[in-house]
Write a protein that binds this ligand. Structure first.
Ligand code: AMP
Ligand code: GLY
Length: 441
């Protein structure tokens, strides 16, 4: 089977890496891909938003299945376009992915189907929004309705901050996305990312993950696309997972079907778990998270191609008893460019040569090279990387690498991932040193 993956991040590298292990997959194409993906796939320089060209590519290369796990092309209707052309594609339709691209739709939907979430009010006029914010006790959560490159949410600690966020939305800082503004109750608790795969009728849950969204240690600094992740998350036990499935995932899938928007693809539930162990929805996304995919997919002991294919056949029922997963933990540290997420340079050389030096391994015994350990337990996923005109590996984005380790325990995975990070040379490399700490119990 020929498969096309749309996108170019660490998430897409993880998807291609997992598909590459499938006995069904003969060739992977990726548009546009990156330097790491290019080692296992044919990268084609087409933008993920150029839906027409992507469909032409799928026809020309006889692609059997296209996998999309990016918000923008989904919101533009890539799935609808491919289906019109009778091309098989994995992902929700434009209408179904509204759960991600309209926070207002998602909130109203949750209200209709009694899915637990923060209370909220929605405004399309600045004065009313400002007046409502004044009536709330901080922290106040302000959200632009639409897709805003992950920058549309402000958790305001003061009324002043809330006002600025409201003005930003109505002044057009997030373009069309900020024409409607949601003001939400602040939820306390621990965040967790739960991914369900659904064919519109049945759903199976993947291993729970936790994402580190802030730039700096102890969750300080600006919000980013995600600076690291680990899985599984110890406090998400079977009982809590059962509750999440019963109160959130099943009502969402059946609710979408009952409203004529059958949900096929990945449903990403960003949840807040309060101290009583009650889950509430922070947000829905209609795709895998990044970096979460980089820890969830290495622990998945199923053929990703078979799963995605089953979804497109409406035949996921055979997996609903549960997905097999590897024992142990996975941890991913994102190495970003200096200055990310605000300003950063591209084209900085990345050097992996020190990975060849011998080190004492975590579990002791004979010295081995990191490269040999890497082969067994570590995976360096590429995000913003490219080759320069001399063929050298260089940075090409804010998030550059997702350094991932899989091991029997979370601590081992953490030690190994950080050893790998230390030995990757790249000027200005920036990463958090506390990824996984929240999971150590
Ligand atoms: P979102 O883009 O909706 O995931 O929001 C970004 C981040 O803002 C989330 O990961 C949470 O940390 C925080 N957040 C969003 N909504 C709320 C809320 N109602 N209560 C507390 N924190 C929130
Ligand atoms: N890691 C957060 C996201 O993918 O939206």
């Amino acid at each position: 089977m020929n498969v096309l993956v749309v996108g170019s991040g660490g998430r897409e590298h993880a998807i291609c890496w997992k598909l590459n292990q499938s006995s069904h997959v003969t060739h992977i194409f990726c548009a546009p891909g990156n330097a790491g993906i290019a080692e296992i796939a044919t990268c084609v320089p087409i933008k993920p938003t150029d839906i027409t060209k992507l469909a032409e590519l799928a026809i020309a290369q006889k692609i059997d299945l296209t996998i999309v796990s990016m918000d923008e092309p989904l919101s533009l209707g890539i799935v609808d376009h491919f289906k019109e052309k009778r091309l098989r594609i994995f992902g929700p339709t434009k209408n179904a992915s509204q759960l991600e691209w309209s926070k207002y739709f998602a909130k109203e939907f949750m209200l209709r189907h009694r899915i637990p979430t923060a209370s909220y009010a929605c405004f399309d006029q600045r004065d009313f929004a400002l007046a409502y914010a004044k009536s709330q006790d901080p922290p106040i959560v302000i959200k632009a309705d639409g897709l805003a490159l992950g920058k549309g949410v402000t958790v305001a600690k003061s009324l002043e901050e809330a006002k600025i966020a409201i003005h930003d939305c109505f002044d057009g800082k997030h373009g069309q996305a900020g024409q409607k503004v949601l003001i939400e109750e602040f939820m306390k608790g621990q965040e967790v990312s739960i991914f369900a795969i659904s064919d519109g009728k049945d759903a199976a849950i993947l291993v729970p993950a936790q994402d580190y969204k802030r730039l700096l240690e102890n969750d300080e600094g600006p919000n980013t696309g995600g600076m690291g992740a680990y899985a599984p998350v110890p406090f998400v036990n079977m009982q809590l997972l059962g509750k999440i499935k019963e109160e959130i995932i099943i009502p969402t899938i059946t609710g979408m079907a009952s409203e004529g928007m059958s949900y096929q693809g990945i449903l990403y539930c960003g949840l807040m778990i309060n101290e009583k162990g009650e889950p509430k929805v922070v947000e829905f996304n209609s795709r895998f998270g990044d970096p979460e995919a980089q820890v969830v997919l290495p622990l998945l002991d199923e053929d990703l191609f078979e799963l995605c294919w089953a979804v497109t056949e409406g035949d996921l029922g055979k997996f609903k008893e549960g997905l097999h997963r590897l024992d142990g933990s996975a941890l991913c540290v994102v190495i970003a460019s200096k200055g990310y997420p605000i300003n950063y340079e591209k084209g900085i050389p990345i050097d992996f040569s020190r990975l060849n030096e011998p080190i004492e391994v975590v579990s002791g015994k004979n010295p081995q090279t990191l490269e040999s350990i890497l082969k067994a337990k570590g995976i360096i996923f590429h995000a913003g990387t490219a080759r320069d005109s001399d063929g050298r590996l260089v940075s090409n984005g804010g998030r550059v690498l997702g350094v991932t380790a899989v091991s029997d325990g979370l601590l081992d995975a953490q030690v190994l991932a950080y050893k790998l990070c230390e030995r990757i040379d790249f000027e200005g490399k920036t990463y958090r040193k506390d990824i996984g700490d929240k999971g150590m119990v």
